[in-house]
Design a protein around this ligand. Structure first.
Ligand SMILES: CC(C)(COP(=O)(O)OP(=O)(O)OC[C@H]1O[C@@H](n2cnc3c(N)ncnc32)[C@H](O)[C@@H]1OP(=O)(O)O)[C@@H](O)C(=O)NCCC(=O)NCCS
Length: 272
């Protein structure tokens, strides 16, 4: 049976390279509020294998124009963190093939539907699929070495949600699967299910434009190398019926990946 590697990479907003980049661009470090569960700051991230060059020249000309048009410091910070985590991952993988483009030679752009892709200056879009997410001081990028692949990635925080959240956005079976107590276990399950749905909806490039109940998160298995497997059932015209989900906790954040392709999917960090 075929095996697909879902490469992943994390970056914190207090990573010194990011702090330097953000300061150069006039964005102060945006402290996140104290989450009710877990620590305020994301846990340390595994060190990537990307070349640790100075951040001058992080953005391509095209990205600089997009950045200049972003209005709020929060969006600017998240967007920038997303470019850095993605470029680190792409460069680490290209590095294993003997290629070493400078960060500014890569452009992380958005397709018409909003999904990201990576282009190399002078060569056009790279034959990879990336998916990214940013939440409360942390950014996640996942990558598959194939173009147009059904991959989605998402990050969420374990935190209390408004009353009726699960009833509005989850299927009946998902609501029934939530533990009543303790409270933290309930909100962890809510974060994990919500994030797996978002990952799946990113994999089909619909995002929250689709009904979140069109993805049902089923049985969640025992953790394997830090990741737990989840069964996903989709009811969307252009998607397979069954898909794979992966979830992993990182402090108060949950990382999820969704893979709608055939065969087994294995998550691998670039620091491994
Ligand atoms: C995709 C979406 C679910 C992201 O939600 P979020 O939790 O706010 O943000 P995340 O940090 O997890 O993800 C953001 C990233 O998703 C990616 N993304 C955006 N639209 C996407 C899509 N249709 N498919 C896959 N990925 C998408 C982008 O790379 C974005 O990061 P960037 O803008 O910095 O490059 C949401 O923006 C969305 O649903 N957008 C499309 C539909 C829409 O706008 N509907 C109206 C709102 S109901």
């Amino acid at each position: 049976m075929s095996k697909t590697i879902l490469w992943w990479n994390l970056l914190r907003s207090d990573d010194p390279r990011f702090v330097e980049e953000a300061a150069r661009r006039g964005i102060a470090d945006l402290r996140v509020g104290q989450p009710r569960f877990g620590s305020a700051a994301p846990e340390p991230c595994p060190a990537g294998r990307a070349a640790r060059d100075r951040t001058e020249g992080l953005l391509s000309e095209r990205e600089r124009r997009v950045f200049d048009a972003l209005r709020t410091p929060k969006r600017r910070q998240e967007w920038l963190l997303g470019r850095m985590v993605t470029k680190d991952l792409v460069r680490a993988l290209l590095g294993t093939k003997g290629e070493a483009p400078l960060p500014a030679a890569l452009t992380v752009a958005a397709a018409e539907d909003g999904s990201p892709y990576v282009a190399l200056e002078g060569a056009g879009p790279l034959p990879v699929t990336v998916s990214l997410s940013h939440r409360a001081g942390l950014a996640l990028c996942a990558l598959v070495e194939a173009p147009g692949a059904p991959l989605g990635a998402d990050l969420e925080l374990c935190e209390p949600r408004p009353a009726g959240f699960a009833a509005d956005f989850f299927t009946r079976a998902e609501v029934d699967s939530l533990p009543e107590a303790p409270e933290q276990a309930r909100w962890r399950s809510v974060a994990e299910i919500w994030s797996l749905k978002e990952s799946a909806l990113k994999a089909v490039r619909l995002g929250l434009g689709a009904d979140t109940r069109s993805v049902q998160v089923g049985a969640r298995g025992a953790p394997e190398a830090g990741w737990s497997q989840a069964e996903l059932e989709l009811q969307l015209p252009s998607a397979p019926r069954r898909a794979r989900g992966l979830a992993r906790w990182h402090g108060a954040h949950v990382l999820t990946l969704a893979w709608l392709g055939d065969g087994r999917a294995v998550a691998k960090s670039i620091s491994e």
